[in-house]
Design a protein around this ligand. Structure first.
Ligand code: ATP
Length: 274
């Protein structure tokens, strides 16, 4: 591992608590005998786009699910906005759920509702706003994601994959979150649509001052938007740093990830863009 990545790992293990929006310490997760996370520690700082990467089945989505309280780890600490979230009741979890937005891999839109109804539903569920005002806010959120004005009246099945991702993002933004979780935001998209989502993610962070934590396999997305990246493997964090730092790492798994055939292609494109 290079010195730069070493420093970054140390930094992640002893995060600056004040600036950390998500802070994970000594997280252990097991399913039966299968160990998924062993003493994993990392932190996501306010305002950054932080990505979690690693091979299939290494526990990225599980970690996301633990942070958003859909699943419980065996042990460890997960602090969000400075407060421990492990073990909270549904009622105690509600104020947290209002402060973050989540976009799941498959969008998780209700197929029987229009895009507008999907977004407005979240606003109505969590606020006392009049339906007309909830619809107005939903329209704004839909526009914010770059969808055309008529998209609100369409059903998810009438949209392209890229438009569905945008609609899911509009729903994740419904309650003006400070923190956004994205699970594979570009999965299943053609390169052009994926590039549009890359730009949108960065634009939303800059325009709304969001903190974004995402799980992705998309190396182009990582090069384009991630401020810092954590590589998960063998239950541990193998390295944390900028893409430039990680690309210089001597860790065998990280090297394979960044310098294997797919990684090389993305690396070349990243250099060509400079
Ligand atoms: N509820 C569960 N019960 C049992 N095993 C589970 C459960 N959820 C996840 N696992 C296992 O935990 C491991 C990590 O799964 P997870 O979905 O977090 O991986 P991932 O890194 O997100 O993978 P991918 O990149 O393929 O989406 C896998 O071996 C998976 O089979």
């Amino acid at each position: 591992m290079s010195a730069a990545v070493d420093t970054a790992v140390t930094d992640a293990r002893h995060p600056d608590s004040e600036a950390a929006v998500v802070e994970i310490r000594d997280l252990n997760t097991r399913f039966g005998d299968a160990v998924v996370h062993r003493d994993v520690s990392l932190s996501v700082r306010r305002g950054e786009i932080f990505a979690l990467v690693g091979g299939s089945g290494c526990g990225k989505s599980t970690m996301l699910r633990e942070i958003i309280m859909l699943q419980q780890p065996v042990s460890g600490s997960i602090r969000v906005f400075g407060r421990e979230v492990i073990g909270l009741s549904d009622e105690e979890a509600l104020p947290f759920r209002r402060r973050w937005g989540v976009m799941f891999e498959r969008g998780a839109l209700f197929s029987s509702l229009t895009v507008m109804e999907n977004v407005a539903m979240v606003i109505r569920e969590h606020t006392d706003l009049e339906p007309a005002l909830a619809d107005e806010i939903a329209t704004l959120k839909i526009a914010l994601t770059g969808l055309p004005a008529d998209a609100g009246q369409k059903y998810p099945s009438e949209l392209s994959g890229g438009m569905r991702k945008r609609a899911a993002l509009a729903r994740a933004l419904a309650l003006d979150p400070e923190l956004l979780f994205l699970d594979e935001p570009t999965a299943g998209l053609d390169p052009l649509s994926a590039t549009g989502i890359d730009e949108l993610v960065r634009h939303l962070r800059d325009a709304l001052g969001l903190t974004i934590m995402m799980v992705t396999h998309d190396l182009d997305l990582l090069w384009r938007v991630a401020d810092r990246v954590a590589v998960l493997g063998d239950g541990r964090i193998l390295g944390v740093g900028t893409m430039q730092e990680l690309a210089r790492s001597e860790d065998a798994v990280i090297r394979e990830y960044f310098h294997g055939p797919r990684g090389r292609g993305a690396l070349e494109q990243a250099w060509n863009r400079k």
